[in-house]
Design a protein around this ligand. Sequence first.
Ligand code: ADP
Length: 240
Amino acid sequence: SEKRDGALVVENVSKNFSGLKALDTVSLELRPGEIVGLIGPNGSGKTTMLNAISGAVPPSSGSVTLDGVAVAGKPAFRIARLGLGRSFQNIRLFKEMTVLENVEVAVSASGRGGDIRAEAMAALEELSVAHLAERRAGALAYGEQRRVEIARALALKPRYLMLDEPAAGMNSAETQALMTLLRQIRDKYGLGLLLVEHHLELVMRLCDRIVVLNKGQMIAAGTPADVQNDPIVIEAYIGR
Ligand code: ADP
């Protein structure tokens, strides 16, 4: 049985890009079963935070621990194997491969062993896209591709899942359906979800807690109600 009681803890993480402080001593914590939203205006550092946590772009300073294991600076594949999954803002499916092949490749590369096809199909079923298994990924509608990407991340059985704008390009029915699915996945697996999302209504309705970034700094954190009524947050969004 996997240990599921750990947390993803980010402490004082900074990231500099030649003089620009994309992240400036930001801390946040994500527990299993929790959905945390990471919001902020464009360029506030949200994607950089996901990159710093996942190892795609290592932080300049600060610490990231997964279940007590320090991961900052480790290669992305190692951090993934420690239980961190993610999807990307720009969909990164192999467009010429089938949906099933896309997930199988990921399961296979993860080195987890087991019945690769069965695990891939189970993940597709979880996201209600199993009926698309034999379709070419590039031929799917945008919302379907997003679901396949999440299925691919889920197939690796992460304990934490970071999603970068999962509702981008979705209509409101697709967004509602996605929200329901994310809740189901959280409830079923006790996953911790870190969600970067522009769709504020979705964030407010789905998240247990919200962290707000502006210009690389954390300007607010709390429940959706706290954050929604915080004048500093309102100013950051409309005062630009
Ligand atoms: P958000 O996701 O909130 O829109 P980003 O994390 O993408 O913001 O970007 C934060 C800041 O860091 C922006 O000013 C962006 O231009 C800069 N930035 C992000 N990635 C790089 C990079 N690889 N090189 C240089 N600057 C970058």
